[in-house]
Design a protein around this ligand. Sequence first.
Ligand code: I6G
Length: 756
Amino acid sequence: MTSNDASTEIAALRAEIEQHNHRYYVLDDPSVPDAEYDRQMRRLRELEAAHPELVTPDSPSQRVGGEAIAAFGEVRHAVPMLSLENCFDGDELADFDRRVRSRLHGVNEVDYSAEPKLDGLAVSLRYEHGLLVRGATRGDGATGEDITHNARTIPSIPLKLRGGGWPEVIEVRGEVVMPKAGFERMNAALRERGEKTFVNPRNAAAGSLRQLDPRMTAQRPLAMYCYAVGEVVGGELPDRHSEVLKQLAGWGFKLSPEVRVVRGAQGCADFHADIGRRRADLPMDIDGVVFKVDSRAQQAELGFVARAPRWAIAYKFPAQEELTTVEAVEFQVGRTGAITPVARLKPVFVGGVTVSNATLHNMDEVERKDVHVGDTVIVRRAGDVIPEIVRVLPERRPAGAPAVVLPPVCPVCGSAVVRPAGEAVARCSGGLFCAAQRKEAIKHFASRRAMDIEGLGDKLVDQLVEQGLVHDPADLYALTVEQLAGLERMGEKSAENLVDALEASKQTTLARFLFALGVMGIGETLAQTLADHFRDVTPLLSVRSDDLVGGQGVTGIGPKSAEAIAAYIAEHPDALPDDMALDAATLLGLAIPQLTASRADALAAHFPTWGALRGVSAADLVGGGTRVAGIGAVLAEQIVGFFAQVHNREIIQRLRDAGVRWESPVLRGDGDGDAQPLAGLTLVLTGTLEGIGRNEAKDALQALGAKVAGSVSRNTSFVIAGAEAGSKLGKAEKLGVPVLDQAGLETLLRGEIPAG
Ligand code: I6G
């Protein structure tokens, strides 16, 4: 191949790969299967290796990171990187808006560009003639560190601007962050290798950017979200900040998908409240929202005070991390006997509430974090997540602070505590002899998503168990008004109501009943799967492991991918001629959802022709020995063990004798079309629905044959959005999944399918 030919092919490959990168990393909207992307990248590397004179710094092949540098250089920012004024409540925000309007000679209402304030590291990128020439940290605002070598490895940072019309020189500023999911994955991998983990995504982002070796940075899941410009030479930008952001997006930069223009102080307050409600669901940690006067002419009129613009403010959320001290560590016993160490903390205001307890999960965690009583610790409370100790500050440990030791016997019943070698969880061996386990098992049985016994709260269960009135769930149905009325804080009327609620709870679904039994490892989804599969509890009483695991499927294909692949085949029976021999490349060419290269290999090895693959069901495909979706060997043993125990069988029998019953579930997606008018639909519920709880709606829709999933994907038929719907609504809009309101839900509940 001549250098000319190579140059043409290289240019075409670079353009294509950059386009895929842009779709994948900037727009979160992948355009080609991974295998195709890998093939193009391999080809580009091959050509560049054969023609090293054609390698340029803006080639996508250069993102893997070059040589390590010896030390960070200094970069003086041509335009200083300022800080932002902060405010912490609505009054301070209103004051800011009043100041802005008064300086603008009393304009009535100001438009603000609003966006979340991401918790990462501020970075400035300098482009000359459309090419990235420098990346620098904020530093002290005037001088930062040169991190060009690392910036090049971050896939959402364009090496070369897209489109055209960019200024000769432009500095683009934003925040480099590590999304929460990437952070969790990276820490899990570090933990697995016995390496030190990062305390939070911000520290992980900062640590990753401050690497001398860019090959390390290249492996970290970083992204940069842009929000401002610095120096601009030889070019003009639009008049409104929001338009500048759109222009940046056009040049290939990633923006927060939450950017909005809002009106006046009220618009700002509403935006703050909306983002605040969704804070825990956002993919990145944020510590507030930022408002900027949208008109750049007004910005110029307002100017700066000290080192902050008068036209912008950060409205902060309550800190999610604070310092406090561990006053004691106690051990709680859960439903399955798991013993959980809980730190009793000196009360501290964090994440918007006062926190005085934090879970330590298990003894491995206590040992890993090296928690001693008396330690000063960082406690974190994010959203509704249970507060946790992030880390100990060993330098502040008082002399003689006692280590935390697992008690040899259960603190509730005195039975031996067992912790099998290699396992993190220690358990009380008392079973239902242990009052703590009994209480928790009954609370779970009565809970809303299980038997939904209204009025049977935790305090009441504690009393019932402590007074010996209830030993197991079946005893609940023998309770009388007289017995209940004698309890603390229970009158005759409440006792009658509870007996009525117990009676009402007897009519249930098999899935709820199975979930209520509290079999270890059986959550709501698996309970539903078991109910669909076995249709009654009786076959489960004699279930064997072989009935749950041991299929003939394809290695490497799990229940989810099997469903996606089988659905594709069912929808495209004529995608290939019947007698066509299959290989992985042919299958990958069909862009079947969830079909990775390794699964394509396995599938082609298993099914010699398309004809052989046509007509297979998801169950035929599931490999690794799974027969019931989601159940592997360990879970199968737990299920078999549970139903084999005489004591559990007796409770099930007594519950049935007491009148607990369910409609026989109809198999989804086949059989009686009239009883299953929603068969084949996959629905997702989000937000608060009117007049019907989410679980109730879920049960009703499932009874009509629909599948109700927890997350939105391209396979979702409809998202049903109630009031204050969260990120699922955004995802639906992004993927083009039809969204239904309350009226749409009602149509579905009548068994009719609304127009999409
Ligand atoms: O620190 C910052 C975070 C977010 C910012 C910022 C921002 O906009 C969304 N904008 C400016 C202008 C500055 N700091 C100085």
